[in-house]
Design a protein around this ligand. Structure first.
Ligand code: 4FL
Length: 184
């Protein structure tokens, strides 16, 4: 991959299962790209190697699987970029990365009604105490990370308080013998 193309007006990207994994960081970089972006889609996994060498600056994969063609992968890249462009989302839906600066999973979200199938929205969220709400969110982000993506904890930017909360969550996890990976 691929000769430098200095000064060119286009960034040419091939969607390919052999490419570098597309992620939120790359989406953010691409949305700030000054050049126009050409997304090339191959069939039967990829395209002629000579064309890659001549025309392609970057290969991107959206996952380790093979599609009938790169078009759906291109749509994924387009959509992840579009929502980062000013004005695409309403002002109430400011785009955020999948993870916060501290690289943990998102906290749970609730909307109306306050009760659904007998389950209430957590009381703290109805109270309007923003400091308490932020504390709750941080704790629930850590809980979600522990349960769903414990691998992220290895590199997450954790405060001492975060570590205490995680220890507490692990303990209550153990006690409830929930499915929970006990690793830091
Ligand atoms: C592209 C798969 C990007 C995953 C077939 C042609 C593909 C793909 N990410 N499959 N291109």
């Amino acid at each position: 991959m691929k000769a430098e193309h200095p000064g060119e007006r286009f960034l040419t990207v091939l969607l390919s299962p052999q490419g570098r994994m597309f992620d939120q960081k790359r989406a953010e970089e691409l949305s700030a790209e000054q050049r126009r972006i050409i997304l090339l889609c191959g069939h039967y996994e990829t395209i002629d190697e000579r064309v890659i060498g001549e025309l392609i600056e970057e290969e991107l994969s959206i996952g380790d699987y093979v599609l009938t063609g790169g078009e759906l992968a291109a749509l994924v890249v387009i959509d992840a970029n579009a929502r980062l462009l000013p004005g695409v989302l309403g002002t109430r839906n400011r785009p955020t990365g999948i993870r916060s600066a501290t690289d943990c999973s998102d906290h749970p979200h609730y909307t109306r009604p306050a009760e659904f199938r007998g389950m209430r929205v957590p009381e703290v969220l109805l109270g309007g105490n923003h400091a308490e709400i932020e504390k709750w969110r941080r704790r629930e982000s850590l809980r979600a990370t522990l349960m769903k993506r414990p691998d992220l904890l290895a590199t997450a930017d954790l405060s001492d308080e975060d570590r205490e909360i995680l220890e507490e969550l692990r303990m209550s996890c153990k006690m409830q013998s929930e499915k929970c990976k006990l690793q830091s």
